[in-house]
Design a protein. Structure first.
Lengths: 192, 125
């Protein structure tokens, strides 16, 4: 798979997805305030998170909303760094976009996952989405009391954190790229 | 007993572990790429400190952001504080936070609930 190759099936599906999000924000009252397409590493995570903070402060968003958004941004970006699949050339195709509609901020992200991971994620996120606020907090405390970091550094708290900070206002989908891989897209909303 | 100081970076906190004054300070933001690796020296220091049979330990936290993997690592550190308490040392955790920062306050309360350690809350001036 060559994700960096313009015109490949995989690259076309990815580009259509990103263009779709951009188009949805290319109207009155809506604006894209942060956008990053391409590879991610910890340095980029630091840069993007600082940029998000600065932009939010500039827009006059409340401190508690900035904190929620910052939490989601870090969890999302670090998830991608740890779990995002790379192509044959070691290239990692990802997107990260924050859109603003009035006082609602939507954090969009996408990365490539293999079919096995896609199935696990689908199950895990559907189960999180079905939880009430109190069950979310309960599961968070369960993972906190029993959780250990995996060899990849995942804790099992990442998606729970995103769900808690967005009041479980999250959505996701998988688009099949080829036999082995899918594009995993996640979005969550926070009111500023 | 050794003193270990870790300087803050863009995504990791400033940490001072001081065996002489029997105190630990952890302040700043924490979202390292590999949280387990980042907190490993802190956990190891705690084991070495425990071996000196200390009478007390005061831990001062003033964090304004913790990623989910950092939250697990700090819990593992706090479990070492619990071990120390179980072996007879008097332990205190001071949890400082900004007045309007409910998130960090709640994280402290979660830790207190989980560890049953003696937590004192302090609002930053």
């Amino acid at each position: 798979m060559d994700l960096n190759k313009s015109g490949s099936v995989e690259e076309t599906i990815f580009t259509n997805k990103v263009n779709g999000i951009r188009a949805a924000y290319n109207v009155a009252d809506r604006k894209i305030i942060v956008s990053h397409i391409g590879e991610l590493d910890q340095d980029k995570v630091n840069t993007i998170s600082t940029l998000v903070e600065t932009q939010m402060e500039y827009l006059g968003v409340s401190k508690s909303a900035i904190k929620k958004i910052f939490n989601i941004v870090i969890e999302t970006l670090q998830n991608i760094c740890i779990h995002g699949e790379k192509d044959n050339n070691g290239y990692q195709l990802t997107y990260f976009i924050i859109g603003k509609h009035l006082n609602e901020f939507t954090i969009f992200s996408g990365n490539i996952v293999n079919t096995t991971v896609a199935e696990k994620l689908n199950k895990r996120l559907n189960s999180i989405k079905s939880l009430s606020d109190s069950d979310l907090k309960k599961q968070y405390m369960d993972v906190l009391s029993n959780g250990e970091l995996s060899s990849k550094g995942g804790a099992g708290l990442g998606f729970l954190t995103i769900a808690l900070k967005s009041n479980n206002n999250l959505d996701f989908d998988f688009e099949i790229l080829n036999k082995e891989y899918s594009l995993f897209s996640l979005q969550s909303k926070v009111l500023g | 007993m050794n003193r270990l100081e870790i300087a803050a970076s863009n995504n990791t906190p400033h940490i001072i572990l001081d065996g002489d004054s029997k105190s630990i300070v952890i302040e700043g933001k924490s979202f390292p790429e590999d949280s387990k690796e980042f907190y490993r020296p802190v956990i190891e220091w705690m084991d070495a400190f425990k071996a000196t049979n200390p009478s007390e330990l005061e831990v001062f936290f003033n964090l304004f952001y913790l990623s989910s993997s950092s939250i697990i690592s700090v819990k593992q550190f706090l479990m070492k504080v619990v071990e120390l308490g179980n072996s007879g040392a008097k332990t205190t955790v001071i949890w400082a936070y900004d007045e309007d920062d409910d998130d960090i306050k709640k994280t402290g309360e979660d830790y207190q609930k989980l560890t049953k350690l003696n937590f004192e809350y302090k609002i930053n001036e």
